[in-house]
Design a protein around this ligand. Structure first.
Ligand SMILES: Cc1ncc(COP(=O)(O)O)c(C=O)c1O
Length: 209
């Protein structure tokens, strides 16, 4: 029988058990329970616990090297749930949306479940091809563009800064909502991450998960 404890499984994007902060979580849970405030075990605020969002905003602000406003954050059970919520709130069955081609296969399942018509926009070494995007915009009126700008699954081709600027310009021109899936944004190997697309909400319609 092979010793699977030594196998590094790249099939799922999840950390090694040895990296999980079990002790810190236990201490936090004990502190939390010691407060004896049972309201903390109820539904709570729709957007997520306010003090948690404050701490998260500070953490993200440090890592992104640009400030993050806690009121812009909403806590979800996963990136997939956030995408599902976005579709529920912003799309209707039969709507057209754009994705990079290829894109994350499970996002396609979410879009399919919402009855969306998915149009793929090809990429090159700099990310989504702007000429192809403009061609597609001449033929369709998409509700949104779903993009994975940094370390995308499955290609790993991070969108270049210049391409990001061009994408924002197209978004402004066509009032195109950009939904940026940035689940792996902070998983770099020592290089400073590019700013999240959410840093551009003032410049275009950008929603980041
Ligand atoms: C681009 C992308 N988005 C979302 C997910 C899934 O995130 P979650 O498990 O938080 O739903 C993955 C997982 O591989 C992913 O690669």
């Amino acid at each position: 029988m092979p010793d699977y404890s030594q196998v590094i499984d790249f099939g799922n994007g999840q950390p090694s058990l040895s990296l999980l902060p079990v002790k810190a979580l236990r201490t936090a849970t004990d502190d939390f329970m010691a407060r004896g405030d049972a309201t903390l075990l109820q539904y709570g605020a729709d957007q997520g616990d306010a003090s948690f969002r404050e701490v998260l905003a500070q953490f993200l602000g440090r890592r992104y090297a640009s400030p993050v406003d806690a009121s812009h954050l909403m806590v979800t059970a996963s990136a997939s749930q956030a995408l599902d919520l976005i579709c529920t709130r912003l799309t209707r069955p039969g709507d057209t949306i754009f994705v990079e081609e290829p894109t994350y296969f499970l996002a396609r399942h979410v879009f399919r479940d919402h009855g969306l018509h998915v149009v793929g926009i090809p990429i090159d070494d700099d990310g989504i091809r702007i000429d192809a995007l403009r061609d597609a915009l001449a033929r369709h009126r998409p509700t949104l563009l779903y993009t994975i700008p940094s370390f995308p699954n499955p290609t790993g081709t991070t969108m270049s800064p210049a391409r990001r600027e061009q994408l924002l310009a197209v978004s402004r021109e066509h009032d195109l909502l950009i939904v940026a899936d940035e689940v792996d944004l902070l998983l770099d190997f020592g290089t400073a991450p590019l700013p999240p697309q959410g840093a551009h909400t003032h410049a275009a319609r950008v929603s980041t998960r």
